[in-house]
Write a new protein. Structure first.
Length: 106
């Protein structure tokens, strides 16, 4: 039989709690791992979180920005697409530059 709505909600609550609890304890466990492996694990975690934020921006925010630019320039849809894309890429590259060039070695 299909799962009831309250059962699904309870399952999601438990899963979110367990995953959150595991990730809260993760730094404590990382102290026992050698430095070179720990740095690699942290780097993978940062890459994963960066990918999640980039995907969220592209899937959620970029289409909305495109729509706003279409409303701003209704007679020039190709200009709207180009301007929104340039602003999006410029913002991404600015953050990338700040993170990789200005804060290198920190």
């Amino acid at each position: 039989s299909p799962m009831e709505v309250w059962e699904l909600k309870l399952l999601v609550i438990v899963v979110v709690f367990v995953v959150g609890f595991v990730f809260v304890l993760l730094p404590r466990g990382l102290t026992k791992i050698p430095d070179r492996y720990r740095d690699h694990i942290v780097s993978l975690g940062q890459a994963c979180s960066g990918g999640i934020f980039l995907a969220a921006a592209m899937v959620d925010m970029f289409p909305e920005a495109l729509q706003n630019f279409f409303e701003l320039f209704p007679d020039h849809p190709e200009l709207s697409t180009k301007v929104a894309s340039i602003i999006f890429i410029s913002g991404f590259l600015l953050i990338f530059f700040i993170e990789k060039v200005l804060f290198v070695g920190m």
